[in-house]
Design a protein around this ligand. Structure first.
Ligand code: 3H9
Length: 692
């Protein structure tokens, strides 16, 4: 065995040389990995005793792609395309031996080998699209040659990895190895190739799988049409289609060259920078500044949920899906039965779409124990309260829970706004209390705000932060303040949206601008969906706001087929002339002169106060880092990932631009726009939120 460099070594077993890459955590294609591959293959090729070469990786995975941290920095040789040419043009068979995740550039390395062998648990894929990129090392040219253009585009546009068994079926992988015996199987395979004098199979030389697409541009047009909605606002996907089309229309070398040009151009886009930012931001959230990896974790083997309403149901479903039994308690049998029936119906609907089997539905429902007895929560390791958003009610629930829950149980409130410390103070164990703010629908939305109270213990916080990914959530630790991170910033946008319609924009103007920006829906469509009567009461309503007038007129949102919009039976929204009139009259009664408001002002007034509030949240330490705020908005509210989250977006607009506009608005519209000191400081220093 000989070291090639610190991350690569070469071993010779008789006639077979093995190049092993060992660059934790994921063997990404850093300069030293590229160098190791190049020099390893060169040495093996030069050794006359060697008749075949195996490329394999140590650790948890085959090469998981280019080293994303190197993107945007000056690149040192050897360059990947040259390394790939070297592998493909080797005069001896090269076998790529795959385990873990062979992704992106890693999979592209494997595609230049003459043969591929994989353990059944291995996965292959081209996830570049998720980083706002297309494969840039031959993936769009070689994969269609192996599997045809439709399948290749499926892999490239979804970015979703496929398993080794599928890969074998599709002809991407030549052999399956026994699990845990990859190296010896690869050696045996290589020896067989030598014995059989097997040809050097170059994917680039194949064209049979491309034939069906030749002269059929309509195939690409159909794929384009089918994906247009999914990729609204994204740039990379059309390039991916174009590049795969090049595989059909152009000679291989030209196709590869064009692919590389498109990859490099995409790499420089704000979209790709934003998506790469989100990739790392998501992984950062798990890191809590004052909590080390040795913090003891409490086992969570059973969960209690208080309240079987919409939130309680959704919360319970996360745990049931993760294999954790749930006791759900309600005060009335009707509410309990209704909640349980809704959960079952939700699962059955998923089964109808083919994403669950009926056996899995039964398995999940079998983990649910509904109860009318509060005492049923006594042995739960974690209890999540999901009752109405009312401080007195929550306090009394926690007082009761304190008397029932076992010592060491974690007590969580699914509050969206309220002060966790005040709730915790009602128990004799505030160190065991924290907030777990799920987003509706709680079984779907990936965000979990983990609200750290003043007395929440480190082990409780570490336990819930560690639990989040197990129930499919991205957990972001936030501090106690009204609305935490997400809803506190949302309030800024909602306030401005209401002011804008008073001043002359229509609700549909505002919604259109926000949707064009990339959000899934605008503030008014969102209010209609949630229900305009949340927190509204007929007894106290005095037609003193537009919302009160709408509610008094029975326009309470989608559920009454009318809110800001009119809705038909299929819940399609239509602008309402009547609502425009209500707004006009209301503005007149308040002496607000209406004017024409441009799209730019709508966008700036809706987003800049959010950014400003984000700066205050950061300065107050209610979020650990700006990128955590970005993650909250991406996974909790559907902020377009290609804009990287509100704080990253502010950096791309330029903090001075944001600040100047806020100052201009402050003069025109008052204190709501008063710039946050942190924003002023960063702008003055030429700093950025994403560069702390
Ligand atoms: C590409 O290949 C372009 C080519 O077509 C053309 C090139 C010319 N680079 O996710 P985890 C870090 S584009 C650098 O927690 P898991 C990650 O930040 C690339 N670092 O583990 C984390 O660091 P930390 C195409 C990377 O087991 C640590 O590794 N490839 C990279 O849950 C562990 O990661 C991809 O997009 C990277 N490529 O999941 C694959 N990957 O511990 C991206 C990971 O400091 N990666 N890190 O927070 C993944 O999807 C997952 O990481 C993987 C492992 C499935 C591999």
């Amino acid at each position: 065995m000989a070291a090639i460099n610190p991350v690569a070594e070469l071993t010779i077993d008789g006639e077979v040389a093995t190049v092993t890459i060992n660059s934790p955590p994921v063997n990404a294609l850093s300069q030293s990995v590229r160098d190791g591959l190049k020099r390893g293959v060169e040495a093996a090729a030069a050794n006359e005793a060697v008749k075949a070469i195996v490329i394999i990786c140590a650790g948890r995975t085959f090469i998981a792609g280019a080293d994303i941290t190197e993107f945007g920095k000056p690149h040192a040789p050897p360059y990947l395309p040259n390394v790939l040419d070297l592998i493909e043009n080797a005069s001896k068979p090269v076998v790529a031996a795959l385990h873990g995740t062979a992704l992106g550039g890693g999979f592209e390395v494997a595609l230049t080998a003459h043969y591929r062998i994989a353990v059944p648990s291995a996965k292959c894929g081209l996830p570049e699209i998720k980083l706002g990129l297309i494969p840039g090392a031959g993936g769009t040219q070689r994969l269609p040659r192996l599997v045809g253009v439709e399948k290749a585009l499926d892999v490239i546009l979804s970015g979703t990895p496929f398993g080794a068994r599928e890969a074998k079926e599709w002809g991407v992988v030549d052999e399956l190895a026994e699990e845990g015996k990859l190296h010896e199987s690869a050696l045996a395979f290589a020896r067989r190739l030598i014995a059989e004098n097997a040809p050097l199979k170059k994917v680039r030389d194949r064209s049979d799988k491309l034939e069906p697409a030749r002269g059929h541009p309509e195939i690409f047009e159909a794929i384009r049409k089918a994906n247009a909605r999914k990729f609204r606002g994204f740039e990379a996907w059309e390039k991916a289609i174009e590049s795969v089309r090049n595989a059909v229309d152009l000679p291989f070398d030209e196709g590869v060259l064009k692919e590389r040009e498109m990859f490099m151009a995409l790499l420089a886009t704000t979209q790709s920078k934003a998506q790469r930012h989100v990739f790392f931001a998501e992984r950062q959230t798990a890191k809590i500044a004052d909590i080390g990896p040795d913090e003891p974790i409490r086992p969570i083997q059973s969960v209690g949920v208080i309240g079987a309403g919409t939130m309680g149901d959704g919360i319970a479903m996360n745990f049931l899906a993760a294999g954790i039994p749930v006791r759900i308690v309600e005060t009335s049998k009707e509410a309990l039965d209704r909640g349980v029936a809704i959960m079952r119906r939700n699962y059955e609907n998923t089964a109808k779409k083919g994403r669950l089997t009926m056996a899995e539905v039964e398995e999940r429902m079998g983990r649910l124990a509904p109860s009318l007895d509060f005492g049923a929560l006594a042995d739960a390791d974690l209890v999540i309260e999901a009752v109405y958003e009312n401080m007195d009610l929550k306090k009394s629930v926690f007082e009761r829970l304190d008397g029932v829950a076992k010592p060491g149980a974690i007590l969580a409130s699914n509050t969206s706004y309220l002060d966790i410390d005040e709730i915790a103070a009602r128990t004799k164990r505030p160190e065991d209390v924290l907030g777990m703010h799920f987003f509706s629908p709680a079984n779907v939305m990936r965000l979990l705000e983990i609200v750290r109270g003043a007395k929440t213990s480190k082990s409780v916080l570490a336990t819930i932060a560690g639990l989040a990914p197990k129930i499919g959530k991205v957990g972001v630790v936030v501090g106690v303040c009204h609305g935490f991170v997400g809803n506190r910033m949302l309030a800024e946008r909602q306030r401005e949206a209401m002011k804008l319609i008073l001043e002359g924009a229509t609700p549909w103007d505002v919604d259109r601008v926000i949707v064009d920006f990339g959000m899934p829906m605008g503030p008014f469509a969102m209010s209609d969906l949630a229900g305009l009567d949340i927190g509204w009461s007929a007894e106290t309503s005095k037609r003193s706001t537009i919302r009160e007038i709408l509610c008094e007129e029975g326009r309470r949102g989608q559920k009454t087929s009318a809110g800001f919009y009119d809705y038909d039976e299929a819940r399609n929204a239509k602008p309402s002339a009547h609502v425009e009139e209500i707004i006009r009259n209301f503005a007149a009664s308040k002496g607000v002169a209406q004017r024409k408001i441009g799209d730019a002002e709508i966008l700036e007034r809706c987003t800049y106060p959010m950014i400003n509030e984000g700066a205050k949240i950061l300065a107050e330490g209610k979020a650990q880092r700006a990128s955590d705020i970005d993650v909250v908005w991406i996974y909790g509210y559907g902020w377009p990932v290609y804009r990287g989250g509100p704080m990253f977006y502010a950096d791309t607009v330029g903090l001075t631009t944001v600040l100047d506009k806020l100052r201009e608005f402050e003069v025109k519209f008052g204190d709501d726009f008063k710039p946050a000191p942190l924003l002023e400081k960063l702008a003055a220093e030429g700093g950025a939120f994403s560069k702390p």
